[in-house]
Design a binder for this molecule. Sequence first.
Ligand SMILES: [Fe+2]
Ligand SMILES: [Fe+2]
Length: 230
Amino acid sequence: MNTAVHPDVIQAEERAYSARLRRAQADTLRTPRRRYGLATRLLIKGMDPIYGRSGSFAKYQVLELIARVPYQSWERIAYLAISRVHRDTGLARRIHDRIEESRAQQDNEEWHLLIMSDLAAREGTGQGWLRYRLLPQVVATVYYLLSWLLFLIVPAASYRLNADFEDHAEHEYMAFVAAHPELETRPWDCPEAASYGHFASVADLVRQIGCDERQHKDESLARLAAPRLR
Ligand SMILES: [Fe+2]
Ligand SMILES: [Fe+2]
């Protein structure tokens, strides 16, 4: 029996998925940004003179390097918490569920980082040692410590900080695609990132990343109701 899917079916599925991504982009673009806290505003404003005010794959590579670290800080804190409360197996299990969520978000951000780095490298941008190696690591370390400290003192503030950052990333990506119609016809073919998904164009790929950021934001906002597990 021939079980191969007809190319017309694959193309129809691609078109339907592409239409869903475009609707998600329109949703983001008509939704106002959150009122960002001081740390997020400083980060955004601080990046502009160094990486340019307008978006670029080189700049987004830096953004994605920083985006992973709140999840790393939460994961680390949760593992330490399990060391303390493991006799309460119900609580330990609930903390472990949060670890799994943080890990999934972190892995997703890692895909974004690899993809943005690949796109920047293809353009020959984002290569400088100071601006794209050292400085992002320094900022990521400070951001990690901030996220970690906030989580220990006021966990809701750590989730709110992340929701602001994710909201910024979501709006950035969706606006970037709108400003760059040439991405609609640029194919996406990076074998190393094939398991992230198949997309008809770089525009759809970036829209998907924008959708991921929205999901991360919503997950952080959902945690505000009960930030500390008991
Ligand atoms: Fe991301
Ligand atoms: Fe994200």
